[in-house]
Write a protein that binds this ligand. Structure first.
Ligand SMILES: Nc1ncnc2c1ncn2[C@@H]1O[C@H](COP(=O)(O)OP(=O)(O)O)[C@@H](O)[C@H]1O
Ligand SMILES: [Mg+2]
Length: 342
């Protein structure tokens, strides 16, 4: 299996997570892992151009099953996340059972591996013009909105954790995050909606990382009809409003307006439309997105204070989104020039 090369994006992310020695040891074991899985599940490698694929957390290899069905084997790279998180991902995919999310054919928890249906890798939701996104994403969120089983981490508890922190503001965020007087309203807004989330009675299964690149086109049926499907879930239980934010903090470089305040107004209108299509109360969807971005802002501010040179750019992006969705001035910052995620 010497054909399987770990793409640089995954190698770099794994080195950052677990260090170079453990990363090298894992990379050396990758051919062994795939040989084992190919034998157990009777698979063969499918030499698709551009493969294998990867994100920051997993290696995805195209295969053919014994009856020549195209599929992929996804192996999660070693990480510092607790082992039950892989179990929860599998549990969520089992509950969705191929409806709105990728179908899992086989799983192996010791290698943190799954055999999944092959979707159309090149066609993620980022390839659609922004104007077409609300209807597609809204329908997908509706398909994913099923009651959660017990055992998932709850949005209510996450939000309660946010509220237990001290107030966000100049003292908490430090010099890497220059604030304007109107940002007081952003932080009040975040706190209000965190309180609403903490006491929400909603208990849906949530895909907490439902951004453009975790949504792939499915395979057309005999009539040529295909639906979009989610991959790579971070499952939680709670209100659906929590799922909206990753759609709003990606693709800021694409916002179809030139002046910063027009970009902010466009994002706000887009967010409202996304919520309407998805059956999420727009005030809650926007408000909880502000709360998530203020939480991100705290993490980035801490990372910047710890000497991470890129974190100030990430903080500026989170603050921009939180301001835009709160309806306060974005202080002349051009969305097209914000640091991209990753
Ligand atoms: N079922 C699939 N079919 C086709 N391509 C896939 C599939 N799952 C993942 N991919 C490709 O592999 C990449 C990484 O997979 P993903 O599960 O998102 O891992 P990560 O956690 O590293 O982001 C995706 O962005 C996509 O390009
Ligand atoms: Mg991904």
């Amino acid at each position: 299996m010497s054909r399987i090369q770990v793409p640089e994006v995954l190698r770099a992310a794994t080195r950052a997570a677990i260090g170079p020695e453990r990363t090298d040891a894992w990379i050396q074991a990758v051919p062994f892992i795939f040989n084992e899985l190919f034998d157990r599940w009777t698979l063969r490698y499918d030499p698709v151009p551009g493969a294998p694929w990867a994100g920051c957390e997993s290696l995805v290899v195209p295969v053919l099953t014994a009856d020549s069905t195209p599929a992929v084997v996804r192996v999660a790279a070693p990480s510092t996340s607790p082992s039950q998180s892989h179990e929860q991902i599998l549990e969520a995919l089992r509950i969705w059972d191929g409806h709105g999310a990728v179908r899992v054919y086989r799983e192996d928890t010791s290698f943190r591996a799954t055999l999944q249906e092959r979707l159309i890798t090149a066609t993620n939701l980022g390839t659609l013009p922004l104007e077409q996104v609300p209807a597609v994403w809204g329908a997908l969120l509706r398909a994913l909105t099923v009651p959660a089983a017990n055992g998932f981490l709850r949005v209510q508890d996450i939000a309660a954790g946010w509220l237990a922190q001290g107030p966000a503001g100049p003292a908490a965020l430090g010099p890497a995050v220059p604030l304007a007087p109107s940002d007081r309203y952003v932080f009040e807004n975040a706190k209000h909606w965190a309180r609403v989330a903490a006491t929400s009675a909603e208990n849906w299964l949530i895909h907490a990382d439902l951004h453009y690149y975790n949504i792939l086109a499915g395979n057309p049926d005999a009539h040529g009809v295909a639906t979009w499907k989610a991959i790579d879930p971070q499952p939680l239980a709670g209100p659906t409003a929590y799922a909206v934010a990753p759609l709003l903090w990606n693709r800021l470089y694409d916002l179809p307006a030139a002046a910063p305040e027009d970009q902010a107004a466009w994002l706000r209108a887009f967010a409202q439309q996304v919520c309407q299509e998805a059956g999420v109360d727009p005030a809650f969807g926007l408000g909880l997105s502000v709360a998530r971005e203020v939480q991100n802002l705290r993490w980035y501010a801490r990372a910047a204070a710890d000497g991470d040179a890129r974190a100030a750019g990430d903080a500026a992006r989170s603050l921009w989104v939180a301001r835009a969705l709160s309806g306060v001035s974005v202080q002349g910052a051009d969305a097209h020039r914000l640091k991209r995620i990753g």
